[in-house]
Write a protein that binds this ligand. Structure first.
Ligand code: GDP
Ligand code: MG
Length: 296
């Protein structure tokens, strides 16, 4: 018998362990009703189901999101299995009075920190803790082409205190490419003007490579995305897309929108950094505050 334990076997064992443990990446979406949050979540998952199973599930009608709820699937990226959890939220800021409309989302994020801290304080050494902490918040911006709404600026500020906020321009198919570029520049300027410090954060310890990584992210943000629950046929292939009177938008075509960039950002290039930043900056801030309060 062959007793040699090859690299493949070891990788599989690690993978199996990670999977069994529930190696987890948690994302939340936030923004006004009707900007395509639920649709984008489905688009992200569907694009992975295509990769892994070679087929698409039938179209579902879009439903109104009435509560905060997570949607979870195991996906495979770079040969590593990952439990991707995306938390859908109802729209906010649609009311005449938008006071504290961000509270439910901020509370949800803090509740996950609190649950983790409780487990951390009671867990035996070496026991793995189920991680529901939110690693990234996709913030949906209305594609007006003009400027951010005052409420968006307030909410982004509130959210950025507890989570890595990554803004996206929703329904980017409603802007021309020129309008899109101008809007992206405008949003970046407004973020700076309003002193909103979003992910990524610069620290003094950052080495050359990390500084470079941060610059790359800043040049991409906000991602101009398009989502779709439907499939269209392009060149004989089924793809996620939107058909209108002028033509077809292929969600996965980089010339049409930045969906693929966003997906790569989340599930490949910045996955680890988002997880680490959450633990080291956001969770740590929460934890030290709680522990200090306990002492008093
Ligand atoms: P939510 O309220 O933010 O969750 O928005 P939904 O995902 O429920 O979408 C609201 C409506 O916008 C639906 O009719 C979608 O088909 C449509 N929609 C979603 N994404 C896009 C997009 O990228 N472009 C366009 N043009 N419409 C979209
Ligand atoms: Mg929804």
């Amino acid at each position: 018998a062959n007793s040699y334990v090859g690299f493949d076997t070891i990788t599989q064992q690690i993978e199996h362990k990670l999977l069994k443990r529930g190696f987890q990446f948690n994302v939340i979406v936030a923004g006004q009703t009707g900007l395509g949050k639920s649709t984008l979540i489905n688009t992200i998952f569907a694009s992975h189901l295509i990769d892994s199973k070679g087929r698409l599930e039938p179209d579902e009608p879009v439903r109104q999101t009435t509560e905060i709820h997570p949607v979870s699937h195991v996906i495979v990226e770079n040969g590593v299995r990952l439990r991707l959890n995306i938390v859908d939220t109802p729209g906010y800021g649609d009311q005449v009075n938008n006071e504290n409309c961000w509270d439910p989302i901020v509370k949800y994020i803090k509740d996950q920190h609190s649950a983790y801290l409780r487990k951390e304080l009671t867990a035996q050494r070496d026991r793995h803790i189920q991680d529901t902490r939110i690693h990234c918040c996709l913030f949906f911006i209305n594609p007006t082409g003009h400027s951010l709404r005052p409420i968006d600026i307030i909410v982004m500020k509130k959210l950025s205190e507890v989570v890595n906020v990554v803004p996206v321009i929703a329904k980017a198919d409603s802007l021309t490419l020129e309008e899109r570029e101008a809007f992206k520049t405008r949003i970046r300027e407004e973020l700076i003007y309003n002193n909103i410090r979003l992910y990524p954060f610069d620290t003094e310890e950052n080495d050359e490579e990390e500084v470079q990584l941060n610059e790359t992210i800043r040049s991409m943000i906000p991602f101009a995305v398009v989502g779709s629950e439907r499939t269209v046929i392009i060149d004989g292939k089924q793809v996620r897309g939107r058909k209108n009177r002028w033509g077809v938008v292929n969600v996965e075509d980089e010339r049409h929108c930045e969906f693929v960039h966003l997906r790569n950002f989340l599930t490949r290039s910045h996955l680890q950094d988002l997880i680490e930043t959450t633990a080291q900056i956001h969770y740590e801030a929460f934890r030290s505050k709680q522990l200090l309060a306990l002492k008093e």
